[in-house]
Design a protein around this ligand. Structure first.
Ligand code: GDP
Ligand code: IMO
Ligand code: MG
Length: 434
């Protein structure tokens, strides 16, 4: 039986990772966020109630689950405070079972100001970031000047370091970006309630995870963003600033690859993307309206309309390799209900060289080549058994397996925790060699 399962997005984010993590989390296990920050928006629907989590791992709403925000995540103490309070208002009390890494870099006000100022300056070349300060916070980490969670432990030292770093950022904000300067004392004052709340949660999370592994605990690792938003493997520069592919789990937790038993790739039955950048199968017609309306394709973090398109199997095959996926979970199958035909992009035609390519080398100058499958009219929403799906939907899933050469182990048929066809539970199958 598998113990440690990773769940990550294979497209451009918002594949439904949060819902799948929540559906698979077992009691008494560990739930871990390992990269990204509160740019993520993971939606859970539990008995009709919708909860959006940005920083806290989605498995935490199950009983006796220990939540971990590990070193690869960039943490805004204020965003974390707000999220803990939001959950408390909904009667989920998690603060005694949530631990945050002492070495995670912090996101502070100057990161947010820089993120917004840069986007503004880029004008039509903007990336379409979430404006949460993610890029600047990861820059500080790599430049070895970041304030980290451990720095919250000593207010006096924090104040000295804050003054210096705010001075550094004020030079840029005022001289280059023509923005107002910021006051480190106000940052410090605004931080105090969150420091108070999270002080007791600060731990060496790598040690906690190794201890959990030693005691045969089950661990679910929850990716944020999607594979093509990865800083190295994504559609650069239209990417986020972390490794959202599997490598980010290893460096972001200190848990090595031999401990991973199964890696699940979450794939929407079509494709969406928020923010700018290449999107080969993007649609601008009535099908886009269908996906948008039926799939409620509006960002969980910023509320922006998501761009939509057909499933891109060329990109998916690359994602499977980069992440060494064990299996797929196809989400939002129900959103395809009622479509006459459904397309899958199986190759790209390079519009300059007219070459046909079945591997994703360059997704900027390409036109998709589609195969067309018949749609279905019956409703699949809420279906929990493969045999209850219409034949056309089963054929669509089988075709995805044929193209990708990996099994579809789960299918999601609605936003609720229980709207799921569990073909093979990643925790209850034999370990695969990764
Ligand atoms: P994440 O960032 O990958 O966790 O995904 P988001 O939560 O940002 O976006 C996924 C959206 O689709 C959310 O509104 C979910 O409630 C919803 N959702 C997830 N799975 C399904 C599904 O199978 N069917 C439908 N109709 N909605 C789903
Ligand atoms: P989840 O975890 C979809 C996108 C932004 C922008 C780019 C860079 O919910 O799937 P950033 O603020 O990270 O510097 O923005 O990345 N982006 C996401 N798109 N889902 C997300 O997270 C995203 N997190 C960032 O829209 O294009
Ligand atoms: Mg999301």
């Amino acid at each position: 039986m598998n113990k440690n399962v990773a769940i990550l997005g294979t497209q451009w984010g918002d594949e439904g990772k949060g819902k799948i993590v929540d559906s698979l989390t077992l009691e008494n296990s560990y739930a871990v966020r390992y990269q990204g920050g509160h740019n993520a928006g993971h939606t859970l629907v539990i008995n009709g109630e919708k909860i959006v989590l940005h920083l806290i791992p989605s498995g935490i709403l199950h009983k006796n689950v220990t939540g971990i925000i590990s070193n690869g995540v960039v943490i805004s103490p204020i965003a974390l405070y707000n999220e803990i309070k939001m959950l408390e208002n909904k009667k989920f009390f998690i603060k005694d079972r949530l631990f945050i890494s002492h070495s995670a870099p912090l996101i502070l006000q100057y990161h947010v100001e820089m993120d917004i100022a840069r986007e503004k300056k880029l004008g039509i070349n903007a990336l379409g970031t979430t404006g949460r300060g993610i890029g600047p916070a990861y820059e500080d980490k790599i430049a070895r000047r970041a304030l980290r969670v451990e720095d919250l432990k000593d207010e006096k030292k924090l104040s000295i370091r804050l003054e210096k770093i705010v001075d550094y950022y004020n030079h840029q904000l005022v001289s280059f970006y023509k923005q107002k300067s910021i006051d480190y004392k106000i940052i410090l004052k605004n931080l105090l309630p969150s420091i108070d709340l999270i002080q007791g949660m600060i731990k060496d999370t790598t040690f906690i995870l190794h201890n959990a592994i030693f005691h045969n605990k089950k661990i679910i690792f929850e990716g944020a963003q999607g594979s093509f938003l990865d800083i190295d493997h994504g559609t650069y520069p239209y990417v986020t600033s972390s490794n959202s592919t599997i490598g980010g789990l290893i460096t972001g937790t200190g848990v090595g690859p031999k401990y991973l038993d199964y890696i699940l790739g979450v794939t929407k039955a079509y494709t969406t993307r928020v923010g700018y950048g290449p999107f080969p199968t993007e649609l601008f017609d009535d099908i886009d309206k269908h996906f948008s309306h039926k799939g409620h394709e509006f960002g969980s973090t910023t509320g922006r309309k998501r761009r939509t398109g057909w499933l891109d199997a060329v990109a998916l095959c690359r994602s499977i390799k980069i992440n060494s996926l064990s299996g797929l979970c196809i989400t939002k199958l129900d959103v395809l209900d009622g479509l006459k035909e459904i397309k899958i992009c199986i190759a790209y035609k390079n519009i300059k060289t007219l070459e046909i390519n079945t591997s994703l080398n360059d997704c900027k100058n390409v036109e998709p080549i589609y195969e067309i499958h018949p749609g279905w009219v019956v409703k699949t929403s809420g279906i929990r058994k493969m045999t209850d799906l219409p034949a056309e939907a089963r054929n669509y899933i089988n075709r995805i397996e044929e193209i990708t050469h990996i099994p579809v182990d789960m299918i999601s048929t609605g936003p609720d925790r229980s709207d799921i066809i569990l073909i093979r539970n990643p925790f209850f199958i034999k370990k695969q060699i990764i």
